[in-house]
Design a protein. Sequence first.
Length: 198
Amino acid sequence: MRITIIGAGFAGSVLATELARIAPTGVDLCLVGNADGFGRGVAYGEARPEHLLNVRAREMGATADQPAEFARWLNLTRRAEDSFLPRLVYGEYLYSRLQSAAQVSLAGFSQVQQEAVAVEREGDAFRVLLADGADFLTDRVVLAGGAAAAAGAGGGPGGGGASARGCWWTRPTSPGRGRRTCAARTRWRGYRRRPGCW
Ligand SMILES: Cc1cc2nc3c(=O)[nH]c(=O)nc-3n(C[C@H](O)[C@H](O)[C@H](O)COP(=O)(O)OP(=O)(O)OC[C@H]3O[C@@H](n4cnc5c(N)ncnc54)[C@H](O)[C@@H]3O)c2cc1C
């Protein structure tokens, strides 16, 4: 099984981290993202040092079941846990946990710092085309391009039918946070729409 996540921001890198932790041998994971802010995203990769998180450190764990993980990663005192830390630091936390998971993963795990310019249906698989002209096949695609891409896509929570086609859309800031959203009826900026895909 080949799984490709397009977009290496918050959603893409956290999903890649979780999959790297649980995927068995034989699974090939690929995280594709723009070089700017790879593994960190727009909010946490491109900020200035004085730009702070709007949530206290003790609640900023990347996954809901581990809210204190970020504070623990920094070894913060109780008092410091209650502060609002730089967004850049949070980006380093996301990147660090991604790399840690990649190192111990049983699955194959490649990280590609390129823009994806198209996803095309090819039989039961998908061909992902990159800005540098390279391309590769994958069985599943997760689109995690962030709010700007999602705003242009028009997809919303509750869509159905995409699992059979293998395209999934992540949109962590939407009211349906955590739910997978059908990509079958969306248009994603930068992606060519092809019959049989979306
Ligand atoms: C300025 C700002 C500050 C914020 N501060 C906070 C905060 O303090 N606390 C908080 O909880 N939330 C905050 N947020 C919200 C936070 O950004 C989101 O919750 C979350 O980071 C969104 O994750 P995402 O993966 O959907 O998007 P992003 O993190 O933006 O990641 C999307 C990534 O996909 C890449 N991408 C897009 N298209 C392609 C393509 N075709 N090929 C390859 N890569 C592509 C983009 O370059 C980007 O790196 C903030 C948001 C912004 C904009």
